[in-house]
Design a protein around this ligand. Sequence first.
Ligand code: GYE
Length: 331
Amino acid sequence: MRKRLLTGIALAGAMALAVTGCSTDSGGGDGDAGAGGGGGGDVITVGFAQTGSESGWRSANTESMKEAFSEENGFELVFNAADNDPAAQIQAVRSFINQGVDAIVIAPIVEDGWEDVLQEAKDAEIPVILEDRTVTASEDLYETWVGLDFTKEGEMAGQWAAETFTEPTKMVVLEGTTGSAPANDRAEGFDSAIEGTPIEKIDSQTGDFTRDGGKSVMEGFLSKYGADGIDLVYAHNDDMALGAIDAIEAAGAVPGEDIKIVSVDAVRDGMQALADGKINYIVECNPLLGEKAAELVKAVVAGETVEKRTIVEDQAFDQAAAEEALPDRKY
Ligand code: GYE
């Protein structure tokens, strides 16, 4: 503990020096000589292992995190985006441990496989805070998690489908990244909500949460079943829904009419497509988790006890609600 604390102080000192040197070199554009020191307190060095940059949601989340973990707020952020490669993400966490950061924040790409590296962080007495996605590893291996209720998101999407489709309906699913918490939970929540309805899942494949992935998987579905053989698309995120829209239009069908679409996230492009009638319903997933994550990191580093889980509430939008929300949408 003490050893780590000393390392932290040494690091903070080195950084304060580096920042001071930097602002002198840059001609004092920042003005305030105290700005680099986080208001005179110790700078908290945080390693953040982001998933990658797969979607609009992810861009908004990265921006929110960078804004919250700023120098002005007393942080030095070491950022890594793993390009959706679970092994690379674990390696990034290991390198944060070796660097002796004060805290590690992880948005875990997949749920499984975290035990060893989380134990290594624990042995090094570096607190780990999860944001966005969850892991299957024991809760003892991390301090806290801030994120969304993905199962509920799936349920909300499924409830809309269950109410909307009362005749036999053929549905295809564009899944998120295989093994990720939102892909697993959004599938489970949706499936439970449509149980006993005439909605039949005829196919389900991963589009990896990307627009290109959604487009190519949808092209495959369209060539296999024909546009007439598909009534509904459930996309685990807006980006894949947007890719599916391109594929449906290219096949000469009308998205939102010939083939209905329900998705999750409510990012600006998705909301625009909903307002345009190309998507029929969107369940929100709030990416603005930075402020809460930074607050938790500060508390944990200060040795305070924090809640094990913080869940941010989501809402859902139909076309009219999207039109109304769009002008003030922050992401
Ligand atoms: O829905 C998707 C992103 O983990 C909640 O990841 C997040 C998901 C989000 O790529 O767009």
